[in-house]
Design a protein around this ligand. Structure first.
Ligand SMILES: Cc1ncc(COP(=O)(O)O)c(C=O)c1O
Length: 384
């Protein structure tokens, strides 16, 4: 039976994600469009963005935060290009984005002393193999497998290497142990539902020390340059961006931050995401056909909730057929206008991925789940 109730939004994609409840374009009326980003009001707006982000994330005093170009990729590559190569690097990869950083480290930076620890979709590499005297590059939450590190316990407080953490689908949804993270990056179109555009770069004091004492052997494009005359360019961390930001996207990011503050801050954001995961988990517990791709419960992401099909007849189909089935299934849901952008990422095993970040209402997920059962029931007989 086709469900009667529809979610109030069909946006369940993993980035760009659903806008916050109640969002409207009118909320951006005050954006400083048409003004120089170097003008005093624009600088004040950029400064406000940095301060509100810092406060909401709960950054320690000695961590700096900046807005940079190129979304999360820009921020993370800026960190990789600026910091790596001073000592050996351990690189962890368990899904598509970690693999991307691995390919940067190996194929582009050609790091001489690189150890890689990889795991298949659904699993994590052995975190205990990471050495405290080496730099480590990793993704807090693997957006395409829905597998996250359970905590930061595996990172030594006595480390001499740096930790570079891509936290784009983790920031504002998980409690990040800032003292263990020397570099953290994220973009706006994830947990707070902002517009894609800029990357956010958080640097701890040890990363700054590295920047001021190490010059990488490769050329650094202007967009990546965080130092001037061998010293950290502090102005970047006051909102004097390297190049021109979008003040419209900035206004939208501020809208998301103010909303988050209004609902109770970081704790409320984390709780909303966790509730969304619990909602899906309860349904998975009852489902004869779907299960989490993440094998261990403590590694299950509450933001990018990745599901695989465990119906034995479907799971036994060749991968191409499973992919076609998923395509049809999500096509039905899109046609009904109940869900968009929920197929597994193109490099991941065939399945579904539901975004459960803070902007998603539990009631919308609850309304969506019976539609998944309906679409699977309609689609399955065409394949088995
Ligand atoms: C873990 C992770 N890293 C990097 C990216 C790329 O982000 P962006 O498009 O903001 O550069 C994504 C996008 O989904 C991601 O999930």
């Amino acid at each position: 039976m086709k469900p009667q109730l529809r979610p109030t939004t069909s946006c369940f994609g993993s980035g760009p994600t659903a806008k916050r409840p109640g969002w409207s374009l009118a909320g951006l009326d005050g954006a400083l469009v048409g003004r120089s980003h170097r003008s005093s009001p624009a600088k004040a707006r950029l400064g406000e963005l940095l301060e509100r982000s810092r406060a909401l994330l709960g950054l320690p005093e000695d961590h700096r935060i900046a807005l940079v170009a190129g979304s999360d990729t820009g921020a993370f590559e800026m960190a990789m290009w600026s910091l790596l190569g001073a000592r050996g690097t351990d690189l962890l990869a368990w899904e598509s984005f970690g693999e991307g950083w691995l390919s940067d480290a190996k194929g582009q930076l050609k790091l001489a002393d690189l150890r890689t620890f990889r795991a298949d979709y659904g699993l994590l590499p052995d975190l205990d193999r990471v050495a405290a005297d080496r730099d480590v590059v990793f993704t807090w939450n693997g957006t395409t497998s829905g597998v996250r590190v359970p905590d930061g316990e595996w990172i030594s407080d006595q480390r001499s290497g740096l930790t570079l953490c891509d936290a784009t689908s983790a920031a504002f949804a998980f409690d990040l142990p800032w003292q263990k993270l020397d570099v953290v990056t994220y973009s706006w179109q994830k947990v707070l539902g902002g517009e894609a555009q800029h990357g956010m770069l958080v640097l701890g004091p040890r990363a700054v020390e590295r920047l001021e004492s190490y010059r990488p052997p490769w050329p650094l494009p202007k967009l990546f340059r965080l130092t001037k005359g061998g010293r950290l360019d502090e102005s970047i961390f006051r909102g004097e961006t390297i190049n021109t930001p979008s003040m419209l996207a900035v206004e939208d990011a501020l809208d998301g931050l103010r909303w988050a503050e209004g609902i109770g801050g970081l704790a409320a954001l984390i709780a909303r995401s966790e509730t969304n995961l619990q909602t899906v988990a309860a349904w998975v517990g009852r489902s004869p056909w779907a299960d989490f791709l993440a094998e261990r419960p403590e590694t299950r992401s509450s933001t990018s909730i990745c599901l695989k099909i465990v119906d034995p007849a479907v799971a036994a189909l060749p991968l191409d057929d499973q992919e076609r089935l998923i395509k049809e299934l999500v096509g039905r849901l899109a046609e009904e206008g109940v869900a968009h952008d929920i197929a597994a990422y193109r490099d991941a095993p065939p399945g579904l991925r539901l975004w459960g970040g803070a902007t998603v209402e539990r009631s919308d997920l609850e309304a969506l789940l019976p539609w998944l059962d309906w679409a699977f029931g309609e689609t399955r007989p065409r394949f088995v």
